[in-house]
Design a protein around this ligand. Structure first.
Ligand SMILES: [Fe+2]
Ligand SMILES: [Fe+2]
Length: 192
């Protein structure tokens, strides 16, 4: 397997979430209310899976590896474009977190903001994924030797292996910052 294998597999899962989100948008528009469980799930998916797990491997391993190569001007420009798109996706997801919090607090405008932000994401991801799948991933593999591709794949697995520990370390650290712990609690967790 070459490193774009797992990345393309991740694209397929993201497409399933996009499809679920499109259906949820119809329900939101019809019922004029957002399902809080779906909102928490979709936000966690785009934050943890879309951004941290998927864009994380692309930026920190694949793009970083490509930047050490002599790239064509087309591929060089494409990497910058993709990084900018990741930044926009991250910002939109953060805005969705905030809109969801406002919705939970009873804000009257928050539901429309949630609709706009989810609509942006269901349009953004398919276009971004198509760009990577059709114009970027395969030609990019040509810059690496067989050994470099094998090493990149191993770094992907290592990145994924650490992710579950990172996620729950951050979860516990964030909870300890906002909530009281029991009388026999250990010192706050900081190894993240
Ligand atoms: Fe990407
Ligand atoms: Fe991607």
């Amino acid at each position: 397997m070459i490193p774009i294998g797992p990345l393309m597999k991740e694209h397929r899962l993201i497409e399933h979430m996009i499809s679920l989100t499109k259906a949820e948008l119809l329900t939101i528009a019809a019922d004029r209310r957002a399902d809080l469980v779906f909102m928490d799930t979709v936000i966690d998916f785009f934050k943890t899976y879309g951004d941290r797990c998927h864009h994380g491997k692309e930026e920190e391993i694949l793009f970083a590896g490509l930047k050490s190569k002599k790239l064509s001007s087309v591929h060089e420009a494409l990497i910058e474009e993709l990084i900018e798109e990741h930044r926009i996706a991250r910002q939109t997801t953060q805005e969705l977190v905030e809109a969801n919090e406002r919705y939970k607090s009873g804000s009257l405008t928050a539901l429309d903001d949630i609709g706009k932000l989810l609509n942006f994401l269901v349009t953004f991801y398919p276009a971004h994924i198509a760009k990577e799948d059709k114009s970027f991933f395969y030609p990019c593999m040509e810059y690496f030797t067989k050994e470099e591709l094998a090493s990149m794949l191993n770094r992907f697995w290592e990145f994924d292996r650490k992710l579950i520990h990172e996620k729950y370390s951050l979860t516990v650290a964030a909870l300890e910052e906002t909530r009281a712990t029991g009388p026999d609690a250990p010192p706050p967790f900081r190894d993240v």
